[in-house]
Design a protein around this ligand. Structure first.
Ligand code: R1P
Ligand code: URA
Length: 290
C-alpha cells in the first residue's frame, strides 16, 4: 500500500515537506545542531559545499570534508523538532518517493547522526567548558508516549525511579544510545546520562518570575541515584533533544550519538565566559573523528 499524500508529504519539487531536501541531497553521515547559525560554523571547514537549502529552522549544508561527504542540519530546539527531523531523514533514505513504499529490509540505509549541542551540567564535578558524550538519555518530554519504544529492564527501572523522585503523573522514558558511535565520537569525553527537558526554564528548574511547582526540582535531579549490577546511575546534564534522538534512533535503526558542550553548571551557578570556544572545540573534535 503506497503511503498517502497526507502522511508522506512532498513539496512540488519532490522534496520532503519540512527539511525541503531531495533523497540525492543527503549523505549517510550527518551532523545536527540546534542553532541555525552553527551550520556555517561547521561547513566553513568543508573543502567544498555542494548544496545549501533552508526552510524554517532546518538549515542544511552538504559538502565534502577531507574527501568525505557530510551533511550538516540545524533542528531548532525541542524533541518535537527531532520527531520531524528523524522521520523525514529516514524517509529520504528508506522510502521510495515514486512508489511511496518503504524500501525492503535488505535495502535499508543506516544513517550515522552526530548531535553537536550545548548543555547545562547538573553535577558540580562536570566543569563548564568540558565535553560530555551521552550514554543514557532520559526524556521528560511526551514524544515517546506516541511510539512503541522497547526499553530494557534497567531503562524502565531508571525511568520509574525518576518518575517517583519527581512525583510526575507519567513515566519518563530512558534509552541507552548505540555503543560503537559513542565510543568513536566521544573518546576521552566525560560519559554521562542526559536529562532531556520539554523547556529551558521551569522544566530545567530555572526561576525568573515564575515559581516552580517543585521548588527543590534541581536538587531532586542532582540527588537521583539508581544502583544496578552495572553500577551507580546519576543524571549528569540537561538539554532539550537527546532522548528524542536516542528513542527514534533505536526504533528507526540509525546510529546516533549526542555530544554536549557544557556551557552552564547548575550546581555552581556558573555560565561559560566563552561558550563559543567550547562549541568550536567540540566541532573540531567531531570533524576530526567523524
Ligand atoms: C537551549 O538553549 C538549546 O541549547 C541546547 C538545548 O538542547 C536547546 O536546544 O542545544 P543546542 O545548543 O544544540 O540548541
Ligand atoms: N542548553 C540547555 O538546554 N540547558 C542549559 O542549561 C544550557 C544549554
Amino acid at each position: 500500500m503506497p503511503i498517502p499524500e497526507s502522511e508522506l508529504i512532498l513539496n512540488k519539487d519532490g522534496s520532503i515537506y519540512h527539511l525541503n531536501l531531495l533523497p540525492d541531497h543527503l549523505s549517510d553521515t550527518i551532523i545536527t545542531v540546534g542553532d541555525p547559525e552553527r551550520v556555517p560554523l561547521i561547513s566553513q571547514h568543508f573543502d567544498s559545499i555542494e548544496t545549501m537549502i533552508s526552510k524554517r529552522e532546518f538549515v542544511t549544508h552538504v559538502g565534502y570534508y577531507k574527501g568525505k561527504r557530510l551533511t550538516v542540519i540545524s533542528t531548532g530546539m525541542g524533541t518535537d523538532n527531532i520527531d520531524i527531523l528523524l522521520n523525514e531523514l529516514d524517509a529520504l533514505v528508506n522510502i521510495d518517493f515514486v512508489s511511496r513504499e518503504p524500501r525492503p529490509q535488505e535495502e535499508r540505509i543506516q544513517l550515522r547522526i552526530v548531535r553537536v549541542g550545548t548543555s547545562g551540567a547538573l553535577q558540580a564535578d562536570i566543569p563548564v567548558g568540558s565535553h560530555l558524550v551521552t550514554e543514557h538519555a532520559v526524556g521528560l518530554d511526551s514524544l515517546m508516549q506516541f511510539y512503541p519504544l522497547v526499553e530494557t529492564g534497567l531503562e524502565v527501572e531508571v525511568a520509574t525511579g525518576i518518575q517517583q523522585t519527581l512525583d510526575l503523573p507519567y513515566r519518563p522514558y530512558c534509552v541507552r544510545g548505540a555503543d560503537l558511535i559513542r565510543e568513536q565520537l566521544g573518546a576521552g569525553m566525560i560519559v554521562g546520562n542526559t536529562l532531556t527537558c520539554p523547556g529551558f526554564y521551569g522544566p530545567q528548574g530555572r526561576v525568573l518570575r515564575l515559581d516552580l511547582r517543585q521548588p527543590d526540582l534541581i536538587s531532586r535531579f542532582q540527588n537521583f541515584r539508581h544502583q544496578s549490577a552495572e553500577g551507580e546511575f546519576r543524571l549528569t546534564n540537561f538539554e532539550m533533544e537527546t532522548a528524542g534522538y536516542y528513542g527514534l534512533g533505536r526504533m528507526l535503526g540509525h546510529e546516533i550519538v549526542s555530544l554536549n558542550a557544557i556551557v552552564a553548571n547548575r550546581a555552581t551557578g556558573e555560565f561559560a565566559t566563552n561558550a563559543e570556544a567550547t562549541v568550536n572545540d567540540l566541532i573540531a573534535k567531531t570533524l576530526d573523528r567523524i
